[in-house]
Design a protein around this ligand. Structure first.
Ligand SMILES: NC(=O)c1ccc[n+]([C@@H]2O[C@H](COP(=O)([O-])OP(=O)(O)OC[C@H]3O[C@@H](n4cnc5c(N)ncnc54)[C@H](OP(=O)(O)O)[C@@H]3O)[C@@H](O)[C@H]2O)c1
Length: 361
């Protein structure tokens, strides 16, 4: 199963709206006969790839798969049936499929006489598929908020300059996160200050190996993104989210606009409406790159699932803090996080944490 989980991870960034899935097929004697992973939406499922590699050796064998084999015919046929056709005798899976259309694969297999065991290394496999599982549960994309700060918690100097607070190693890591995300989001303040490009360049991978994320700028008044902005180049698709009533004639024909309602309270657009609209466009994971004001709005809307902070051993003394507002006014309202990982990246420290949800307090 651990091998299947590693295989599944190779699909990160390429499979939405589908999950990442890995599969290992063992022959009757328990020797590895085939392996596969879901490489891209519309392509063969992991089980089908692994069965193809195993050929006749699959008969009487075992399929080890990170997600319950699907039971429905989408762009490809049901995996449960493919496993039966190949003569698989045992199926071991990690995580049950929560989607109403695809669930029931285990039952179909059991009814046909296959011995099925679920829940094996379930927590590890679920962590590898956290974006897709979160999106399936909330019907909005998984949101990973990333920031790069000085040790005194600032994301820009007093004059607004922020290039570069962190090292090349930390910035390369951000490109890896971009390549794994379906969309990258920034606010109009960041678009105005930095004219960011938001494309993914991953060390060791060619451009064809990287699926570029959709670039999204949240620019209610359509005042930050100007013709010639780097985010409008041809590297990747871009969406500019503007208010329903925004005057955006200068962007017509230049970039697709996403018209959204304004936030019920405070500035900008309705964050829930933004995420719902992205979900409808098959976006299952979002890398929120700030800045602090927009990140505060996402946190206030309870729409951040994970935080990655890159902390550089540098002091700025003045300039914006990593997070603006977020609706927190007193210590009792502080949003507590659990640190799930820490790592040195060159001179910097990467801290990964998840919010402790109220029911877990
Ligand atoms: N080091 C880092 O990791 C990092 C990352 C990003 C940015 N930065 C720095 O942060 C600074 C920019 O940050 P910022 O806070 O000024 O800008 P921001 O968070 O990028 O953008 C804020 C703007 O987003 C728009 N917006 C749309 N919907 C919103 C909503 N629901 N709630 C709040 N705002 C919404 C608002 O403008 P409209 O109403 O006009 O749309 C708002 O003023 C720059 O200096 C940049 O270099 C640093």
């Amino acid at each position: 199963m651990r091998r299947a989980i590693d295989l599944a991870a190779r699909g990160l960034g390429h499979t939405s709206p589908n999950p990442v899935v890995g599969c290992v097929v063992l022959d009757e004697r328990g020797e590895q006969a085939g392996e596969g992973w879901h490489r891209r939406a519309g392509g063969p499922h992991a089980e089908v790839e692994a069965l193809r590699q195993a050929g006749d050796r699959a008969r009487g064998g075992t399929a080890v798969v990170t997600l319950e084999p699907c039971n429905h015919t989408g762009r490809t046929g049901p995996c449960a049936q493919a496993l039966l056709d190949a003569g698989i005798a045992h199926v071991v899976y990690a995580v049950a499929d929560p989607t109403p259309t695809a669930t029931g694969g285990a039952q179909t297999l059991r009814r046909a006489g296959v011995e099925v065991a679920g829940g094996v290394l379930a927590a590890e496999a679920a962590a590898g598929n956290e974006a897709w599982l979160t999106a399936a549960r909330h019907r909005r994309p998984f949101v990973l908020w990333k920031y790069a700060a000085s040790l005194d918690g600032r994301v820009a100097a007093a004059d607004g300059t922020s290039r570069w607070i962190t090292s090349a190693a930390a910035r390369a890591d951000v490109h890896r996160l971009r390549a794994q995300a379906d969309a990258v989001i920034v606010g109009s303040g960041t678009a105005r200050a930095d004219d960011p490009h938001l494309g993914a360049r991953v060390t060791g991978l060619t451009d064809t190996d990287v699926t570029q994320p959709l670039r999204v700028v949240v620019d209610s008044r359509a005042s930050a993104v100007k013709p010639g902005a780097r985010v409008l180049d041809g590297t990747a698709a871009t969406l500019v989210a503007v208010a329903e009533d925004a005057e955006a004639g200068h962007l017509e024909g230049l970039v697709p606009l996403l018209r959204l309602p304004r936030a019920a309270h405070g500035p900008g657009l309705d964050i829930t409406a933004l995420l719902t609209a992205l979900y409808a466009r098959d976006v299952r994971s979002v890398l929120l790159e700030g800045g602090p004001t927009l990140a505060g709005a996402f946190l206030a809307a309870n729409s951040v699932d994970k935080v990655v902070g890159y902390l550089a051993p540098v002091l700025l003394g003045a300039g914006p803090a990593a997070l603006g507002g977020a609706g927190i006014t007193t210590i009792d309202q502080a949003l507590r996080l659990d640190v799930v990982d820490t790592r040195r990246l060159g001179p910097d420290l990467r801290v990964t944490a998840v919010p402790v949800r109220p029911e877990e307090n």
